[in-house]
Write a protein that binds this ligand. Structure first.
Ligand code: APR
Ligand code: PHB
Length: 398
């Protein structure tokens, strides 16, 4: 039976980041991914990085292209009731964010990972994760393989095998499904503004984002029952413009979409995130609605805690940080889950109740007048500080 130190299930951003950081510290890992590399890279995902994620990708040695092609943003705007309020991230929270597509990060990490990834690894199964020598079996080109290891990292997303391998009585899940979706398009047109715009409107939410100064990413809130075929490009542009203040709508450059898709919105948290020698990471343990752009950044935050814990274990045999992984990761997960839920609730249309809309406008109005309230938004948006004290935190019931 082949051996390695860490088996990582899933070659999305979590799995590849973890494998790369462990590799930089001389720790072996094998990444098992059921899809092809091309399939994984073709998935269009978000593209807004907290500076903590930028620093982690630098630590992993894959930051060169990110800094060369990424766009540093010092703020973003909230549009509501025909008005605009800018959240000065740099001024209020002292940090930037970086616009760099998740697809590009995926490519940079997969290039760095090289042979550590087994693409098209089918029927992955995790065995004995409560023992000191877990095993992971998989099928590759019709041949069954088994790997013995010391730790298994479940970086296999919401629909993966890792969380599904945990007996129901050992895990608690929390979920909220939002009654709408996001219809998103990618188009090679210049963005309507040099910063992101989140719009609350009586017709529904809209977001103006970008991938570069030549490629724009736009989203509008749509009914969950809608199909992409229901939305011609023209209908999309007309609806987007209708939800933005006039001066943005008038200067919007439109063009053919090169990608168009509808994504559902949910908040999901699984607790705990560790079962013996099995650690859940990223979307395998938590999902946030995209409104706060926290999905990728939370996955990176999990990896940051876990890789340091594994390094400490292989360096000195201490399990202190490993034992702290779940409570520390979950503390950040719940704060980002709250912020993403709050921002989604503030900016989206929930039914036709005028009272609810009036409350949203009043809260946005308050935000515009209150530096304290804007600062709270800025702090959460750029990413809360990491609690890097390494000193074991007081045990929480997680
Ligand atoms: N066996 C092997 N691989 C699997 C299995 C399985 N049984 N199940 C899923 N996978 C793979 C998927 O094909 C996918 O490539 O695991 C990977 C999980 O990647 P993501 O879903 O991207 O999850 P994660 O790496 O945690 O990244 C989280 O990505 O989806 C965005 O919004 C999300 O930004 C967040 C970030
Ligand atoms: C994106 O660019 O795709 C994006 C940016 C910010 C968000 C969500 C998505 O909040």
């Amino acid at each position: 039976m082949a051996k390695t130190q860490v088996v990582i299930v899933g070659a999305g951003p979590s799995g590849l980041m973890l494998s790369q950081l462990l590799h930089r510290h001389g720790i072996d890992s094998v990444v098992l991914e059921r899809q092809t590399r091309e399939y994984v890279e073709a998935r269009i995902r978000a593209g807004l990085l907290e500076w903590g994620t930028v620093e982690l990708l630098d630590e992993a040695g894959v930051g060169e292209r990110m800094h060369r092609e990424g766009l540093v943003h010092d703020g973003f705007s909230l549009a509501f009731d025909g008005r605009i309020h800018r959240i000065d991230l740099k001024g209020l929270a002292g940090k930037h964010v970086l616009v760099y597509g998740q697809t590009e990060i995926q490519k940079d990490l997969a290039d760095a990972a090289g042979a550590r990834v087994v693409w098209e690894a089918k029927e992955v199964a995790i065995h004995d994760f409560d023992s000191a020598r877990p095993r992971v079996s998989y099928l590759k080109d019709g041949v069954r393989h088994e790997l013995e290891c010391e730790f298994v990292a479940g970086c296999d997303g919401y629909h993966g095998v890792a969380r599904a391998s945990v007996p129901k009585e050992r895990i608690t899940t929390h979920e909220r499904i939002y009654p709408f979706g996001w219809l998103g398009i990618l188009a090679d047109v210049p963005p309507v503004d040099h910063e992101l715009i989140y719009a609350n409107h009586a017709r529904g939410f809209a977001l103006c984002s970008m991938r570069s100064t030549k490629r724009s990413r736009y989203y509008i809130q749509c009914p969950l029952e809608d199909k992409v075929e229901d939305w011609s490009d023209q209908r999309f542009w007309d609806e987007l413009r209708a939800r933005l203040p006039a001066d943005y709508a008038n200067r919007m450059v439109t063009g053919p979409s090169i990608e168009k898709s509808i994504a559902p919105l949910r908040s999901f948290v699984a607790e705990p995130m560790r079962f013996g020698r099995l650690f859940l990471v990223g979307d395998a343990a938590h999902i946030v609605p995209p409104t706060g752009a926290k999905g990728l950044n939370l996955a990176a935050a999990d990896v940051r805690v876990l890789y340091r814990a594994i390094v400490e274990y292989f360096r000195g045999g201490s399990t202190a940080l490993l034992d702290e992984y779940s409570p520390r990761a979950l503390a950040r997960v719940w704060k980002a889950t709250r912020f993403s839920w709050w921002f989604t609730t503030l900016m989206h249309k929930f039914g036709d109740e005028a009272f609810a809309y009036k409350l949203q406008v009043a809260e946005l109005d308050y935000l515009s007048d209150s530096e304290a309230a804007s600062k709270a938004v800025a702090e959460n948006y750029v990413g809360l500080d990491f609690d890097d004290d390494h000193a074991p935190r007081a045990r929480r019931a997680a």
